[in-house]
Ligand binder design. Structure first.
Ligand code: NAD
Length: 347
């Protein structure tokens, strides 16, 4: 059965889906609903049936799947209404504003026997897939630390993203992607979460945060998102007992560094730093290190729509599963709690 998509919220991301979803065979966008009359007009000019009324939109019989790309605080009501109208439901990230809201969406989807998934598109990012493959292949041995970091320089956050009541702030906006990536890569249980949220330039929402996740195998993962970092650090730093991996950017440029056989012959000497000596931090000479390219990956985010289509047809399992979405949200809730209390949250 071809997907006939109706988009709710024909703004930046709604238009992006309109442009990209039809690149997949048997996926068409046919309609859009928006509360803003201007955006409805834009949708009509782009060739869609445009609606300014939700009930009318949900009565559109050609639409079998609804994609919700509105501000975050209205995702839940729109998702439940769409499921109750018998439509399959794709929700933009972050799926909702609380675990309770996610449960309501899942319940409505199950009751109406429709597919429900979330657009966690950064599972298909090149940088992430290189790290995932290298970790899974054991290219740097047993991994003890992962740092996933996005440093932007813009500073100010605009529109509804700058309003707490709309689900603004960076933990919900980018944290949800970066947590999802880590949990998709590391199947172990998270036992502890510690987070600190800051409002550096934007007073109502978090525009910088640090989050630590401790896994039951001892691995520690740190996520850091900052909107005002004028000297950005690399996108990924991963430490293993056989080497170090660094990815610089979203394109996945970076390398793996390991010791070679000459390392056995290297005896660290005490070096003098400005105010004292150290042997532990004496630099290793270049000749004892080997540099390796990161693994090749073949990743196409457009697979997301194909997977939804195939799941609706009963030919595939969802890649972004509701219980994974809940797992990510349990970390977000713990991070908010940790930041409020100043204490780590045991899970
Ligand atoms: P936007 O402000 O550009 O567009 C939102 C649209 O929703 C606007 O046209 C607005 O009029 C409409 N709208 C608001 N309330 C509505 C309602 N109750 N019913 C119907 N329409 C309504 O926002 P955006 O940047 O497109 O973000 C939309 C969603 O997409 C958010 O959840 C955001 O987190 C997500 N997003 C995801 C990615 C990604 O990479 N997955 C990237 C950007 C945004």
């Amino acid at each position: 059965m071809p997907i006939k998509l109706g988009i709710i919220g024909y703004g930046g991301m709604g238009m992006w889906h309109h442009k990209n979803a039809p690149k997949v065979k048997c996926v068409d966008v046919v309609a859009a609903y928006d509360i803003d009359a201007y955006q409805v007009d834009v949708a009509k000019k782009a060739g869609l049936r445009g609606y300014d009324n939700l009930d009318e939109f949900l009565k559109d019989e050609e639409v079998n799947t609804v994609l919700i790309a509105t501000p975050n605080d209205v995702h839940k009501d729109l998702a439940v209404a769409s499921a109750n109208a018998g439509k399959n439901v794709i929700v933009e990230k972050p799926v909702a504003m609380s675990m309770k809201e996610i449960d309501e969406i899942i319940e409505a989807a199950e009751k109406n026997n429709v597919v429900f998934t979330v657009h966690q598109n950064r599972r298909w990012d090149k940088d992430f897939n290189k790290v995932k493959k290298a970790v899974e292949l054991g290219m740097i041995g047993d991994v003890y630390t992962i740092e996933s970091r996005v440093h932007g320089a813009g500073g100010l956050i605009y529109g509804w993203r700058n309003k707490k009541e709309c689900g603004g702030g960076m933990l919900l906006d980018w944290g949800v992607h970066l947590i999802d990536q880590i949990l998709y890569m590391i199947p172990n249980k998270v036992v502890r979460v510690y987070a600190e949220l800051f409002s550096v330039l934007n007073k109502d929402v978090d525009d910088y945060f640090k989050l630590l996740m401790k896994f039951d195998n001892g691995l520690s993962a740190q996520i850091e998102v900052g909107t005002f970092c004028l000297k950005p650090l690399p996108r990924w730093f991963v430490g293993g007992d056989k080497g170090t991996l660094v990815v610089d950017d979203f394109e996945g440029h970076g390398e793996i560094v390991k010791l070679n056989k000459l390392a056995d012959k290297f005896d660290a000497e005490i070096v003098e730093t400005t105010a004292g000596p150290t042997r532990t931090f004496a630099p290793r000479p270049e000749e004892v290190k080997d540099h390796f390219e990161l693994p090749d990956v073949d990743t196409e985010w457009i697979e997301f729509y194909a997977n939804v289509r195939d799941t609706i047809e009963g030919k595939a399992e969802l890649i972004v599963k509701p219980d994974e979405v809940k797992r990510v949200y349990s970390i977000i809730e713990a991070a908010f709690k940790s930041s409020e209390t100043g204490k780590a949250v045991e899970l």
